[in-house]
Design a protein around this ligand. Sequence first.
Ligand code: ATP
Length: 263
Amino acid sequence: MIRLEGVGKRYGRGDFVLHDVDLDVEPGTVVGILGTNGSGKSTLLRIMAGVSHATTGTVTGSPRIGYLPDRFPAGQRMGARAYLRHMGRIRGLTDLSAIDPLLERLALVGGPTAPLRTLSKGNAQKVGLAQAVLVRPDLLILDEPWSGLDVATHAILGELVDETRARGASVVFTDHRPQVVHDHADVVHLMAAGRLTAEDSEPTTRIVLRGHGTDWADEPGVRHAVAEGAQVVLTVEAGSADAVLLRALKDGWSVREVAPCSR
Ligand SMILES: Nc1ncnc2c1ncn2[C@@H]1O[C@H](COP(=O)(O)OP(=O)(O)OP(=O)(O)O)[C@@H](O)[C@H]1O
């Protein structure tokens, strides 16, 4: 899909903010990049999106890209619908019928005609997200997409990411919260001080349980345990999935879902 080899970046004559980054994004894969503020995540995504150039190294591949930048420019007077039509035409779309259902799905407050500059941060982010997915990209690049969105829209964003993967396209997104990255990514990379490393390649299994009484966070092989109402969603190293399921059944939990979440 896209391959970065030895990519480095410095702004002007400053120090390098990216060092020797190698990254291969496979089709149908969701790549999460986890890193703290200022570690270089946005710089890397801008290079992948083609809006910034690498100082060193190479970027190979020319997928159709949808890009949600870290600061979506929402200062325009035009409304969301008009803006998305405009962006769609620029990107060569002739059928613009997907715009209204997409805005409806994202529950844009103020409706499709509210001027973009009057939208809240979260609602502007929704328009940014809409312009990125509208073009049905081969590579969807999302810079901190979960930040600023309300809980209902979190779920929609998760669906949009899943749908993108399901049609064989790829997603690369950033976040600074490990849980968000692990919940949504097939492959996780860590960004620290401009250096990118693969977290590890061991596949994980998503296990959803209903019940109570076990402290799953301390169970061997459990990477994350997230309570969701009466259920708990576990991200488990694949090699430990059987043991975790056995423990769950012994402890009286009901198994609701078991699925691979890392490929
Ligand atoms: N246009 C620019 N000119 C000069 N330096 C820049 C520019 N953009 C980013 N930097 C610097 O590059 C480094 C990496 O910034 P970047 O925005 O890529 O990090 P980030 O991981 O996305 O951070 P955040 O999570 O805060 O968005 C920082 O030291 C930042 O100050």
